[in-house]
Design a protein around this ligand. Structure first.
Ligand SMILES: Cc1cc2nc3c(=O)[nH]c(=O)nc-3n(C[C@H](O)[C@H](O)[C@H](O)COP(=O)(O)OP(=O)(O)OC[C@H]3O[C@@H](n4cnc5c(N)ncnc54)[C@H](O)[C@@H]3O)c2cc1C
Ligand SMILES: NC(=O)c1ccc[n+]([C@@H]2O[C@H](COP(=O)([O-])OP(=O)(O)OC[C@H]3O[C@@H](n4cnc5c(N)ncnc54)[C@H](OP(=O)(O)O)[C@@H]3O)[C@@H](O)[C@H]2O)c1
Ligand code: HEM
Length: 504
C-alpha cells in the first residue's frame, strides 16, 4: 500500500549516518533525516538543460544513504521519485515528496529503476524480474575490494534480469557529495551499457543532476568502472616510492659519511647537523635526481623509437607507466626543492653559523690578520646562487603550468614548450648549480671520506646522463630522423618488406 513521506526537516543527512538494527524486530533505525533545504549555489538543473518532461517518475530500489541522496537531488531537479523498499511502512526518513512502496509495486510505475542496494542482496531482484522487463536498470554498486567476484556487479545484474537493459552509472559519486552539490572531483559519472537508448536515458538524467558524463562503452567495461572508486592515488604511488627510497638512501649515506665519520675519525660529535645541514643536503639531492627522472623516459623513448625505426610500436609497460607519472614525479621534486630553499634561507640565523663567524672574526683580531678578498670565490659562490635561483624560478613555472586551470588555458604547443624545452633548461640550471657548488672539490682527495664521493657528486650522475643524451638527440642528423619517425615515417614498410635507410 503506497503512502507519502512528508516534511521531516531535521537537517542534512551525512554519509556518516549511523544505521543500527534495533533489538527485537530487526528493523533499521536510521539516525538521520532528509533536508528540504537547498545549499546556496547548488544547481538544481544545469543551465540550458530542460527540466524532465512531465515530471517523469523514476524508481529507486533501496532507501539507504545513496538512495535517499539521489532521490533528494532528483526531486529537486524536477523528477518524481518512488522508492521500492523491503519495508515500505518502516523505512527511515525519505526526501519530502517521495513515495515509497514494495519493490514490485514501485517497479511497475517507472521506466527507469535505479538499484541502490549492495550486490550481496541482489537475490530479491529475481522475484521482481517480471516487472522489470524492458526497463532500464541502473546499477550504482561498488565492491569493497578488487576481484571479489568473477564478473562485474552490473553484468551479474544483467544475468539476473536478461529482459532489462542494465546501465552502470553513478558509482563514482558519493551520497555525501550529492547532498552538498557535487564538487569538481565528484562530478564525473562513468557510464557503460549495451543498449544505446538506455544509456542515453541515464546520460540525460545525470546531466540534469549537474554531473558530467563519460561514456566508457559496453557493459563489459563495468568491471573497470567499478574499480575506479577503489583506487588510492594510483599515479602517485611510484613517485612516492622513489622519493621515499632516495630520501632513505641518501639520509643514511650522508649520516655515515658526515656524522659517523667525524665521530669515528675525528672524535667529534656533530650529530646536531642532522636537523638542518643533513636535511639541506638530502632534499636538494633527491629533488635533482627526481627532476632528471622526469626527463629520462623522454630520451629513452626517443632512443627506442630511433632503434625500432617506428613510433607505432608500444613502449614496454614499465616505460609507459613511468611516462604517465612524470607530472607527479615533477611535483614531488618541486616540493623537495622548496624545502631546500627554505632551509637555505635559514642558514644565516643558525646558532652554529653565527658562532662560527664570531669565532673566526675573533681569531683574526687576536692574530691581527686580515683575509684578502678572493674574487674567484666571490664569482663561484655568486654564480651557484644565481644559477640556483634561476633554476628554482623555472621549476616553479613548471609547477604552475601543471595546474589544470593553467594548462587548460595553454595550447598543446605552449604546454609542451614550457614542460619540455623550459623543463630541460630547468634541469640544466639545477645541474649547473650543483656542479658550481662542487667547484674545485671534485679533484680534492679530502672530499672522498672513507673513499666515498659526497652526495652532490652521486646525484649528478643521472642528470648529467640525461643532459648528454638530450644533447645527442638535438644533433641535427638525429633530430631530423626522430622528427620523421614522429611524423609517421617507418623504416620498415607496413608489409614488413625491405629496410629503408633512416639517416638518409
Ligand atoms: C614541477 C613540474 C611539473 C610538471 N608537470 C607536468 C604535467 O603537468 N604534465 C606532464 O605531462 N608532465 C609534467 N612534468 C614532467 C615533465 O616536465 C614533462 O613530462 C615533460 O613534457 C617531459 O618532457 P620530454 O621532452 O622529456 O618528453 P615529452 O614531452 O613527452 O616528449 C619528448 C619529445 O617528443 C615529442 N613527442 C612525444 N610524443 C610524440 C608523438 N607521439 N609524436 C610526435 N612527437 C612526440 C615531444 O613534442 C617532445 O619534443 C612536470 C615536471 C615538473 C618538474
Ligand atoms: N553511499 C555511497 O556514497 C555510495 C556511492 C556510490 C555507490 N554506492 C553503492 O550504492 C549501493 C547502496 O549503497 P548505500 O550506501 O546506499 O547502502 P545502504 O545505506 O546500506 O543502503 C542499502 C539499502 O539496500 C536495501 N537493502 C538492504 N538489504 C537488503 C536486502 N537483503 N534485500 C533488498 N534490499 C536490501 C535497504 O533499503 P530498504 O530497507 O529500503 O529495502 C538499504 O537501505 C551500494 O551498492 C553501494 O556500493 C554507494
Ligand atoms: C633559490 C634557489 C637556491 C638557492 C639560493 C640555493 C642555495 C644553495 C646553497 C646555499 C647550497 C649549499 C648548502 C650547504 O652548504 O649546505 C646549495 C646546495 C645544493 N643545491 Fe641549491 N639552491 C637553490 C636552488 C636549488 C635547486 C632548484 C636545486 C635543484 C634541485 C638545488 C640543488 C642543490 C644541490 C644538489 C646542492 C648540494 C647539496 C649538498 O650535498 O650539500 N638548489 N644550494
Amino acid at each position: 500500500m503506497p503512502y507519502m513521506v512528508w516534511g521531516q526537516n531535521v537537517g542534512y543527512i551525512t554519509t556518516a549516518v549511523s544505521q543500527s538494527v534495533s533489538q527485537g524486530n530487526g528493523e533499521p533505525h536510521t539516525h538521520c533525516a532528509m533536508s528540504t533545504e537547498v545549499k546556496p549555489g547548488m544547481s538544481l538543473c544545469p543551465l540550458g538543460m530542460e527540466p524532465p518532461p512531465e515530471r517523469e517518475l523514476l524508481c529507486i530500489f533501496g532507501t539507504g544513504d545513496l538512495g535517499r541522496s539521489l532521490g533528494q537531488r532528483l526531486l529537486q531537479t524536477g523528477y518524481r521519485v518512488v522508492y521500492g523498499s523491503r519495508r515500505p511502512h518502516s523505512c527511515g526518513p525519505l526526501p519530502p515528496g517521495a513515495q515509497v512502496m514494495s519493490h514490485t509495486e514501485a517497479a511497475q510505475l517507472a521506466a527507469v529503476v535505479i538499484v541502490c542496494v549492495h550486490r550481496e542482496h541482489y537475490d530479491f531482484m529475481e522475484e521482481v524480474a517480471p516487472q522489470l522487463k524492458g526497463k532500464v536498470l541502473v546499477d550504482v554498486s561498488n565492491n569493497s575490494k578488487k576481484g571479489l567476484y568473477p564478473e562485474s556487479n552490473a553484468e551479474f545484474l544483467q544475468s539476473l534480469i536478461p529482459a532489462a537493459s542494465v546501465v552502470k552509472a553513478f558509482n563514482t559519486v558519493s551520497a555525501w557529495s550529492l547532498q552538498n552539490g557535487p564538487s569538481d572531483a565528484h562530478r564525473q559519472v562513468f557510464l557503460c551499457g549495451d543498449k544505446a537508448e538506455a544509456k542515453q536515458k541515464v546520460r540525460e538524467l545525470a546531466t540534469r543532476l549537474g554531473l558530467s558524463v563519460l561514456d566508457r562503452g559496453s557493459l563489459s567495461a563495468a568491471r573497470e568502472v567499478e574499480d575506479f572508486p577503489l583506487q588510492l592515488f594510483p599515479e602517485w604511488r611510484l613517485p612516492l616510492c622513489i622519493a621515499t627510497g632516495l630520501t632513505g638512501f641518501f639520509f643514511f649515506y650522508l649520516l655515515i659519511r658526515d656524522i659517523i665519520y667525524a665521530y669515528v675519525e675525528q672524535d667529534k660529535d656533530i650529530s646536531f647537523r642532522i636537523m638542518v645541514s643533513l636535511a639541506n643536503k638530502v632534499f636538494p639531492i633527491v629533488s635533482l635526481i627526481m627532476l632528471s627522472l622526469c626527463y629520462l623516459p623522454g630520451v629513452m623513448a626517443a632512443i627506442l623509437q630511433l632503434y625500432r625505426g617506428t613510433k607505432y610500436r608500444r613502449f614496454p609497460d614499465w616505460l609507459d607507466h613511468w611516462m604517465l607519472c612524470r607530472k607527479q614525479l615533477g611535483l614531488l621534486a618541486l616540493g623537495f626543492a622548496f624545502l631546500h630553499v627554505l632551509y637555505t634561507l635559514l642558514i644565516p640565523i643558525r646558532y652554529y653559523v653565527r658562532y662560527k663567524i664570531r669565532e673566526y672574526t675573533v681569531l683574526q683580531i687576536r692574530e691581527n690578520k686580515t683575509e684578502v678578498f678572493d674574487t674567484t670565490t666571490a664569482w663561484y659562490t655568486d654564480s651557484y646562487f644565481s644559477v640556483g635561483i634561476l633554476g628554482f624560478a623555472l621549476y616553479i613555472l613548471l609547477g604552475i603550468t601543471s595546474l589544470p586551470s593553467v594548462s587548460n588555458a595553454l595550447s598543446w604547443r605552449e604546454f609542451s614548450f614550457v614542460q619540455s624545452k623550459l623543463g630541460h633548461l630547468t634541469l640544466l640550471l639545477c645541474t649547473l648549480h650543483t656542479y658550481l657548488y662542487g667547484w674545485n672539490r671534485f679533484l680534492n682527495p679530502s672530499t672522498y671520506k672513507w673513499w666515498t664521493p659526497p652526495g652532490y657528486m652521486l646525484c649528478l650522475v643521472v642528470p648529467s646522463v640525461v643532459l648528454v643524451l638530450k644533447l645527442l638527440m638535438v644533433l641535427p642528423c638525429v633530430d631530423r630522423s626522430l622528427g620523421r619517425i614522429r611524423q609517421g615515417w617507418e623504416r620498415t614498410g607496413p608489409e614488413g618488406e625491405g629496410t629503408k635507410p633512416l639517416m638518409a
